[in-house]
Design a protein around this ligand. Structure first.
Ligand code: PLP
Length: 439
């Protein structure tokens, strides 16, 4: 650490002189493609799990940038890693070797099982690599199809929307890329029936995120593995949101399968990662198992078959390595597990005490959902035609807490993995206050 350097690079936020929200929104209205529905909120800076808007109002961030900011905002160790590495090397082409990428791959493999890692820049791109892996794997037998789940989310590229099991992301972008089909999630029979001679892979999220915080069941995961082994199909897991210790284990399937007899050996053939991997710095990856169905799968994508300019830059890898260091050193997996259990217990209690507002608690660790009743059943929400999830999230903004809507009825909590217990309690107190006022 060089204290003088840190001071230079991380200046104290300037004092707020006036509310710039209208100005910032005008810039967006005029110059930014309007592809997002945004909340009426312009954020200016953050520290830990607090962020401030341009008017100086403080919020407790329980959304974590949609499961991205693993160590919260402006983490000094991330800043330090960025500074240190950027003084040495920010980017070199993948035509050359460089140590940080090799080290990060080694660490990720160490958390999983023998295999190899490809680095890219976004969740959609990581999944894209898995589709190409599946096609390469099945190519000589004429197999290419990837079966995914209804209500899944796999990203916004053309193949991503083809893979995603939600009609709304496909609308207006037809013709949809062929080779993807969807069957109901957690329904092993439906998957078994869907497998055809063209099927090369099955891709599922460990916990459906955008689809409403639904974990895969243990029986489903084990059944998929068995089905894939029988039919020589690849089992691929999209861990972009649910991975990277979010459930209290490195992978959500490890948590789901804990204590289940015969589950110790469970392993998918490929896993995509992004979101929390860089703690806010854009970096993504997929891991490929060493061997699958008698093929050296980790070498299936040979020289010249796949690539991306910015994949695994020294800078991105140095930051991701630092994020892993801190998670391991501070035992954040254990913290996420105990604090996540506590949060879930409090949401469950809310659903018992106020069933007219909260229907259920969903999820695991720091990937939690507050399932709300339908808008029409909550009196304060029935006047507006906005979904209950959006109205709930908006009310929480007023109360100084950020959460993420999922579908029409779920508010998601995806906080930083280092969210202190006291702040988790503080956030739940605000949520409880809102639920009581709505009851
Ligand atoms: C966010 C997400 C993606 C897409 O990631 P991008 O970085 O936005 O491309 C893919 N799959 C899941 C499960 C996600 O949550």
């Amino acid at each position: 650490m060089r204290p003088h350097l840190m001071r230079e690079l991380v200046p104290a936020p300037p004092p707020i002189v006036h509310n710039q929200f209208a100005e910032v929104r005008e810039l967006f209205n005029r110059f930014v493609v309007p592809s997002y529905g945004r909340f009426e909120l312009a954020l200016s800076h953050g520290a830990g799990s607090y962020v401030w808007d341009v008017a100086g109002k403080r919020y407790l961030d329980l959304g974590g940038g949609i499961a991205v900011c693993a160590l919260g905002h402006s983490d000094p160790e991330i800043t330090e890693a960025l500074v240190e590495q950027s003084r040495k090397l920010v980017h070199v082409s993948n035509l050359y070797f460089q140590e940080p990428q090799g080290r990060l791959a080694q660490r990720l493999v160490g958390h999983l099982a023998p295999g190899k890692v490809f680095f890219c820049n976004s969740g959609a791109e990581a999944n894209e690599g898995l589709y190409k892996l599946a096609r390469k794997f099945g190519h000589d037998e004429g197999r290419f199809e990837v079966i995914t789940a209804v209500d899944s989310f796999h990203g916004r590229t053309l193949a991503g929307i083809a893979a995603t099991g939600q009609e709304k992301v496909k609308k207006g972008f037809e013709p949809i890329i062929p080779g993807f089909r969807h069957v109901p999630f957690n329904d092993l029979e439906a998957m078994r029936e869907a497998v055809s001679p063209s099927t090369a892979a099955i891709l599922v999220e460990g916990i459906q995120g955008e689809g409403g915080v639904t974990p895969a069941t243990a029986g489903y995961l084990l059944g998929l593995r068995k089905l894939c082994d029988e039919k020589r199909i690849l089992l691929l897991v999209d861990a972009v949101q649910c991975g990277h210790f979010r459930t209290g284990r490195f992978q959500s399937f490890q948590r789901v399968l804990e204590g289940i007899p015969g589950a110790e050996q469970f392993l998918p053939d490929g896993i995509s990662m992004a979101k929390s991997l860089g703690g806010g710095f854009p970096i993504a990856a997929f891991w490929v198992r060493e061997e699958a169905h008698g093929v050296k799968l980790c070498d299936a994508l040979g020289a010249g078959t796949h690539g991306t300019t910015f994949g695994g830059t020294p800078l991105g890898c140095a930051v991701a390595l630092k994020v892993l260091d801190v998670i391991e050193r501070d035992r954040l997996a254990d913290h996420v597990r105990t604090t996540g259990d506590l949060l879930k217990a409090r949401i469950t209690k809310l659903s018992e005490d106020h069933p007219g507002v909260v229907k259920s608690a969903r999820g695991l660790g720091f990937m939690l959902g507050i399932e709300l009743q339908d808008r029409s059943r909550i009196r304060a929400f029935s006047a507006s035609d906005k979904p209950a999830s959006i109205q709930f999230v908006n009310r929480l903004h007023e109360a100084g807490v950020l959460t993420i809507p999922s579908g029409n009825q779920i508010a998601r909590l995806l906080p930083a993995l280092n969210l202190p217990r006291s702040q988790a309690e503080e956030g739940m107190d605000v949520i409880e206050g809102l639920v009581k006022s709505l009851a």
